[in-house]
Design a protein around this ligand. Structure first.
Ligand code: IPE
Ligand code: IPE
Ligand code: MG
Length: 247
């Protein structure tokens, strides 16, 4: 399959990786086996994204709501995250991929936080490729945290209320240094955003695929890019305005 032309390659693709549990259930396996296979997909997709020229890839790995799952599933997910970070460090360095996170990572287990800090520090100077992991992430918490930080900045005189704007406020979001996603993909057939990057996806194109995350591969990413390439992003303008360069 030919990917869309280079001008149509999204700069930032965000993915809601869903369907690990159902993938496992279909095979009579424990849910955690689905998560294990999901980790392998992460490696495949991060490599594929780089090969396709996608500069930013954000993966929704653990939501604030996911703490409510059975404790053995939560601890299994945390152990997998720890394993992933340990295993991928060398590859990320070799491929010059910078790791960033969004979410309340300070509530993750201490060991995971240490691994995160290690990988983030070791990859911080890479500029070509960025992998963003959304961990203990919730969009509403992100807005609440940003509002608090912004209000503090106003109180301390670093911001002026009269200057308030989206541009200024958005610098307090976890994603301050990351461009907005151009394309949002959700696997597993669910068609909802589940509290993921609600502000940043204001103008993202959305592609939903029935494929469960453990089965998602480079061909599925390419077909999502094909779909993206067929979309016309109008940002409120008319088709005619888009064709004449926005005038
Ligand atoms: C996505 O797969 C992984 C996480 C949310 C951590 P799920 O575990 O949600 O899989 P389903 O939706 O139950 O199939
Ligand atoms: C969203 O998937 C969170 C992640 C992919 C980490 P969920 O499976 O938790 O979402 P819901 O519960 O179906 O909305
Ligand atoms: Mg799910």
């Amino acid at each position: 399959m030919t990917p869309p032309g280079p001008d149509k390659i999204p700069q930032h693709v965000a993915i809601i990786m869903d369907g690990n549990g159902r993938w496992a259930k279909q095979r009579g396996l424990p849910r955690l086996e689905g998560h294990r296979r999901g980790v392998e997909t992460v490696r495949t997709v991060v490599d594929a994204a780089r090969e396709l020229g996608i500069r930013y890839i954000t993966l929704y790995a653990f939501s604030v709501e996911n703490w409510k799952r059975p404790t053995d599933e939560v601890s299994g997910l945390m152990a997998l995250l720890d394993y992933f970070l340990k295993r991928e460090l060398d590859t990320l360095i070799k491929n010059r991929v910078r790791l960033l996170t969004i979410g309340r990572t300070e509530a993750l287990p201490a060991g995971v936080q240490r691994e995160l800090q290690r990988v983030i520090a070791a990859t911080k100077d890479f500029t070509d490729w960025t992998l963003v992991l959304a961990l203990n992430y919730g969009s509403r918490n992100e807005v609440a945290d940003a509002a608090k930080a912004y209000a503090t900045a106003v109180q301390e005189g670093r911001e002026k209320l009269s200057d308030a704007s989206w541009e200024r406020f958005s610098r307090y979001l976890y994603s301050a240094d990351i461009p907005d996603p151009d394309l949002l993909i959700r696997t597993s057939g669910e068609q909802r955003v589940s509290n993921f990057m609600l502000m940043q996806c204001a103008y993202a194109e959305m592609v939903f695929t029935p494929v469960f995350w453990p089965d998602f591969g480079k061909a599925d990413l390419e077909s999502a890019l094909q779909e993206y390439g067929r979309r016309e992003r109008r940002y409120g303008l008319t088709t005619e305005q888009i064709k004449t360069g926005g005038s």
